[in-house]
Design a protein around this ligand. Structure first.
Ligand SMILES: Cc1cc2nc3c(=O)[nH]c(=O)nc-3n(C[C@H](O)[C@H](O)[C@H](O)COP(=O)(O)O)c2cc1C
Length: 179
């Protein structure tokens, strides 16, 4: 199964209204398995996924860990997936940060992995919303994320109940210099 890549990247848009749906552990596993193809610093693969697919965990995240607007946007989502990374590996040479960016390389890898994750989800027929605005401590405690991991976003995964909408983009000349 699957879409042409050019169609997939057009079709993937942040969705803020979901129809009721459930996702199986097997399908979530498949999507994360595909996301594991993302590149990472020295193949350290420090991104971790915590997928709430059950009603109780999702309800706690909606009531305690997401601001009202993100809880409303992700209502009915089949899954709320927290993504974090294990610090001290990506961007490191042994125990020492390789350069001035330090742990930012872990965040870079987590962003790349998240891109793969949302595109793989779309390719399986699931829409997504990355939510960077969340309560870190509450997300970590609800999902049992180890203290040392750095929490990035919570990604809603569900079936869209809104018309397709493309957020406009900058003209390419504003972001690209070709020498
Ligand atoms: C790191 C990151 C954090 C984001 N946080 C939120 C958020 O908290 N709430 C929200 O509604 N959208 C959030 N978004 C979605 C962006 O607003 C959205 O990707 C952007 O407007 C482009 O629209 P598109 O995804 O439909 O192409 C976030 C996106 C990223 C990459």
């Amino acid at each position: 199964m699957g879409m042409k890549f050019s169609e997939l990247i057009e079709a993937r848009r942040s969705v803020r209204k979901y129809a009721k749906a459930t996702i199986s552990k097997d399908e979530m596993t498949k999507i994360v398995e595909e996301a594991l193809n993302a590149p990472s610093w020295k193949n350290t693969e420090t991104t971790r996924y915590y997928a709430a697919i059950g009603d109780d965990a999702k309800a706690k995240l909606w009531s305690d860990a997401l601001p009202g607007f993100n809880a409303a946007s992700s209502a009915n989502a089949a899954a709320l997936v927290a993504v974090s990374f294990v610090p001290g590996e990506s961007g490191y040479m042994g125990d020492t940060p390789a350069d001035e960016l330090g742990e930012m390389w872990g965040a870079y890898d987590c962003g790349l992995a998240s891109s793969y994750f949302i595109l793989a989800a779309k390719n399986h027929g699931w829409d997504t919303l990355i939510m960077g605005i969340r309560d870190k401590a509450k997300v970590k405690s609800i999902l049992g994320i180890p203290e040392k991991e750095v929490l990035m976003s919570v990604i809603a995964v569900g079936k869209s109940a809104q018309p397709y909408f493309k957020n406009p983009r900058k003209p390419v000349a504003e972001v690209l210099k070709v020498m």
